[in-house]
Design a protein around this ligand. Structure first.
Ligand code: SF4
Length: 346
């Protein structure tokens, strides 16, 4: 396995067959050492970055019904909500008052909301209050395209004109048919997800990619998922970063505990496989500070974010810029504040 690791560090690409063999036969300590070397090659060894944004969940009503999701609500639930345009104005003002200039605009697929609603939300946030808006995901574009009877590229361009600045590559989880069936049978296939991400790139919008482990996935599922992302990036070059999440239990769907060792080994493996994606994030928000600190030495070079107003996840994270900077310094790195697209902002 040392030969394969040495080859990767000489910039040779890991094949799918080698990857499975590597994962199964490499001790986690050797995997993370190699990934840390790759991190140094791509991002240096001095810095670790973070960003700051407010999450704006505009509705929790969703017709997709993913098996793992505890956020979604039916329309008649007492907990259901959809923010009004007035709420959007208030949220934008709140961002300005707290010197936050980035918003992650996310929600369920609510069939009652109109195309004009989305366009007006983007207009308020971006044009009126000058906020950078990262929003939606491939699954929303695919569903909106059906609901509003509009082709996906045209829809994305309309959103861009209204104020959408970039799109997270979420709603991927692990994109093999078996895992889709288990986790989110009504979400699009890998092929449709990739085609939609291509349309995002064609519209000139930057993006990200992710994977979630801690279910029934096999190493073959993981490699296939990473292969979709690496191939997509070869074609588009618009994926700035990759983030590895673990499932948080939200419903009756069983999720398994992912040990620190499994997380670090898988993160390191992702760093080595995704040779064409520059940044690897570890979510301190989702995984906590202890995992976050070690992960910065296992291939990750970014701690994701200080997130304000997160409702989808139970935050274990950092809530102020000062906390993020102290955390990164404590881990042995110099903190860099970046924006959603990895442009440095200090
Ligand atoms: S994960 Fe997203 S798409 Fe799936 S049910 Fe929840 S809100 Fe809807």
């Amino acid at each position: 396995m040392k030969k394969i690791l040495d080859s990767i560090l000489k910039n040779n690409r890991l094949t799918k067959t080698e990857a499975v063999e590597l994962f199964l036969n490499t001790p986690w300590t050797e995997m993370v050492q190699a990934a840390h070397q790759k991190r140094i090659q791509l991002n240096g060894e001095k810095y670790a970055s973070y960003t700051v944004f407010k999450t704006l969940n505009y509705t929790n009503i969703c017709k997709i019904n993913c098996n793992y999701c505890g956020f979604k609500c039916s329309e008649d639930s007492k907990d259901a909500f959809a923010l009004s345009l007035q709420d959007m104005e208030e949220a934008a003002k709140d961002c300005q008052a707290n010197s936050i200039n980035q918003v992650l605009f996310q929600g369920g697929v609510n069939p009652n909301l109109t195309l004009d609603y989305y366009l007006e939300c983007l207009n308020i946030l971006n044009k009126k209050y000058n906020l950078y808006v990262r929003g939606f995901s491939p699954v929303e574009f695919i569903e909106f395209s059906k609901i509003f009877n509009i082709k996906i590229p045209k829809l994305i361009n309309k959103f861009k004109t209204a104020g959408l600045c970039s799109v997270p590559g979420s709603s991927a989880e692990i994109m093999t048919p078996e895992m889709r069936e288990l986790l989110s049978p009504h979400k699009p296939s890998a092929e449709l997800w990739c085609d939609t991400m291509q349309a995002v790139a064609d519209a000139g919008l930057q993006s990200s990619a992710s994977m979630i482990i801690g279910s029934n996935e096999t190493i073959a599922d993981i490699v296939q998922h990473l292969e979709y992302i690496r191939n997509l990036q070869c074609k588009t070059g618009h994926i700035n970063s990759f983030i590895l999440w673990t499932w948080q239990k939200q419903t009756d769907l069983p999720v398994r505990h992912v040990s620190g060792v499994e997380y670090f080994k898988t993160l390191a493996f992702c760093r080595l496989y995704l040779d064409n994606i520059k940044h690897i994030e570890v979510s301190v928000l989702g995984l906590g500070k202890e995992i976050g600190e070690i992960a910065l030495n296992c291939g990750a070079n970014d701690i994701s974010s200080v997130v304000i107003n997160e409702r989808v996840l139970n935050s274990k994270g950092l809530t102020t810029v000062q906390e993020a900077e102290e955390f990164i310094k404590h881990a042995g790195y110099i903190p860099l504040l970046r924006d959603f697209n990895y442009r440095l902002t200090q």
